[in-house]
Design a protein around this ligand. Structure first.
Ligand code: UDP
Length: 307
């Protein structure tokens, strides 16, 4: 049986990826330090090992693939411990690449649209070099992921890992998210469900493009099976402003009003993936729009509240 290590497998995307791997008949080992877990925890059927990728514990057996997702991922979480975020992206990625090298495992790095910073090119293609303000607070995450990509490339180029893949993940939502991780979709839904006012940061004209989790995992699975070694954007190009998102969520749950709060530093003004590469090489495109993806996400958050 094929075996995969999923770092960050107790988190939102790691849990959903583990479920997919188990469905595909893989044996799954999860390594996670539980710093930002999904309320649902690691997938049933996966072997869970608690520990950090920066100083990894002994792991059972050897792996055919390492899916390296471990990192704080929402802005409030990665800004809590900037040095820790940089160490996770740098030292943690290095430790997992060394493990892949020692075991001859295929390595997939979960990178991010944040490598583009506050982009001056729109939509963002993979060959866009990005616009990161290196002294900004967000740089701890952006630069950690940029370094992790460069390190992955270096290991591949120097022939240390047999094969590597890099997925650049755009904003993703769906069942399994933590209600308190501070992301906009989870904040708005939980605020509306609690009868509280929605918090828009800035004037709400900034845009994002939200991908449903099942689509994201399908893209990650296809990329990991492909022979594409260049980075690939996976996200839904359906772009909307935070004001439009607030209106959509309020209309589907409850009209509770809006509070406008200060915009965080270096918050990207616009973000939308160009998915030409994923379409061409993976035959992938998203199939679930916001209209279809929000109801199961709202049901999920409601079920957490109702117990
Ligand atoms: N945002 C907001 N209200 C919130 C949380 C976030 O208006 O309660 C904004 C945030 O400033 C950003 C966008 O929503 O412009 C997406 O934020 P998120 O934290 O979900 O992810 P990001 O794309 O910034 O990593």
């Amino acid at each position: 049986m094929s075996r995969a290590l999923v770092t960050g497998g107790a988190g939102f995307l790691g849990r959903n990826l583990s479920l997919r791997l188990l469905d595909e008949g893989w044996e799954v080992v999860v390594l996670d330090n539980l710093s930002s877990p999904s309320p649902l925890g690691p997938a049933d059927g996966a072997t869970f090992v608690e520990g950090s990728v920066v100083d990894p514990p002994e792991l059972p057996g050897s792996f055919d693939r390492i899916y390296h997702l471990a990192s704080p991922a929402s802005p409030p979480r990665y800004l809590l411990d900037p040095i820790g975020t940089l160490r996770t992206g740098g030292e943690g990625t290095r430790a997992m690449l060394d493990l892949a090298a020692a075991q001859g495992a295929r390595f997939l790095l979960a990178s991010t649209s944040e490598v583009y910073g506050d982009p001056t090119q729109h939509p963002q293609r993979e060959d866009y070099t990005g616009s990161v303000q290196v002294t900004s607070t967000r740089a701890c995450y952006d630069e950690a992921k940029r370094y992790a990509e460069a390190l992955t490339y270096a290991y591949q180029r120097q022939g240390l890992v047999p094969e590597s893949r890099i997925i650049r993940i755009f904003n993703t939502y769906g069942p399994g998210m933590a209600p308190d991780d501070g992301r906009v979709v989870s904040n708005f839904i939980n605020q509306a469900l609690a009868g509280e006012r929605l918090t828009i940061y800035g004037d709400g004209t900034q845009t994002r493009s939200f991908c449903y989790v099942d689509d994201l995992i399908e893209g990650m699975w296809r990329l990991s099976n492909s022979d594409v070694t260049d980075p690939v954007n996976i996200g839904n190009p359906e772009e909307l402003s935070m004001k439009e998102l607030a209106t959509t969520i309020a209309q589907s749950i409850a009209e509770t009003g809006i509070d406008y709060l200060p915009l965080p530093e270096s918050d990207p003004a616009r973000r939308q993936p160009d998915i030409g590469r994923a379409r061409h090489h993976l035959g992938w495109e998203p199939t679930v729009g916001l209209a279809e993806g929000l109801p199961p996400t709202v049901d999920y958050f409601r079920s957490l509240i109702d117990g």
